[in-house]
Design a protein around this ligand. Structure first.
Ligand code: ATR
Length: 273
């Protein structure tokens, strides 16, 4: 049977095996999907061993995405732009192809929630790996402006400069930000610590869409905060997780699974509904 897995550390709580097993059942593909948690300095060896032993493809998550970028034989254009790899496929020619489906997953999830990206004014919080992965797919949707704000402003400046050729992307400090924005995407890891990015409450209004790439069984700190300040449309990263997985599954198997039912089952599994 074709073997796939996700590499991460820690990875025990990953939902990827659950999601891909449902995709496989739904599309009647014979495959198994597991977990691997190599020590941080043993990822390269573990990756090699997996493919030497017949593995067909894998996902890569924190903290290995940047390392995976350097270990594959070739890169998709979107992985090259993201500077990180979350999906690897062994091609029929024996080549390890590195791809990145995170940004496509974000955009697919935003669209499935009815969020309009064309001509919109987007605020992206954070300038780490998650922000980098999102930029090219977001700019491809032709927003009127995309502003990056980050605690360490120089990182936002560098990122804006790097993606400037793809669209109207600029950087501002949190203090400089001037609304109104149509959509705020939180790509920071602040919610992991229950912390908030230092965003002025005045930027939140009733018609704004709020997206937190993080998710949990209950509202993330950022989503709770945005709701308190009047946001009516809030979305967490669970849909993005399922959509990036669907994109990876499509890369591997050449067949696109449906995501709605799988997202529902995942929510049930997490105790969200
Ligand atoms: P990831 O790969 O998940 O993006 P990362 O590359 O470590 O992780 O980036 C984390 C991002 O969250 C950074 O933009 C970080 O801001 P700094 O560049 O200033 O470190 C941001 N971040 C983390 N904790 C934060 C907090 N409490 N408030 C605001 N931003 C925070």
């Amino acid at each position: 049977m074709d073997r796939y897995l996700v590499f991460g550390h820690p990875v025990r709580h990953s939902k990827s095996p659950f999601i891909h097993t449902l995709f496989a059942r739904q599309t009647q593909q014979e495959l198994e999907y597991g977990l691997a948690e190599p020590a941080v300095d043993e990822f390269a060896q573990a990756l090699r061993t997996f493919f030497d032993q017949g593995g067909k493809g894998c996902n890569v998550t924190v903290p290995f995405k940047e390392q995976a970028f350097t270990l594959v034989d070739c890169l998709s254009p979107r992985a090259k732009r993201a500077g990180a790899v979350n999906t690897i496929k062994l091609t029929d020619d024996g080549v390890l192809l590195g791809d990145n489906t995170d940004g496509a997953g974000l955009v697919a999830d935003l669209k499935s929630h009815g969020v309009t990206l064309a001509d919109s004014r987007i605020l992206l919080l954070g300038a780490g790996g998650a922000a980098r992965g999102a930029l090219a797919p977001l700019l491809a949707e032709l927003p009127s402006e995309l502003v990056i704000a980050n605690r360490t402003h120089t990182k936002a400046q560098l990122l804006a400069a790097e993606f400037h050729d793809l669209g109207p992307v600029t950087s501002q400090t949190y203090e400089q930000l001037a609304g109104p924005f149509d959509l705020v995407i939180n790509s920071t890891s602040a919610s992991l610590q229950g912390a908030l990015p230092p965003l002025a409450p005045a930027l939140i209004h009733t018609d704004i869409a709020i997206y937190d790439m993080m998710y949990g069984a209950s509202d993330t700190a950022f989503i709770s905060w945005a709701k308190q300040h009047g946001a009516r449309q809030t979305m967490d990263g669970l849909g993005m997780l399922v959509e990036q997985a669907a994109e990876a599954f499509t890369v591997w198997r050449g067949i696109r699974p449906g995501t709605k039912q799988v997202l529902r089952e995942l929510k049930r599994n997490l105790g969200v509904i």
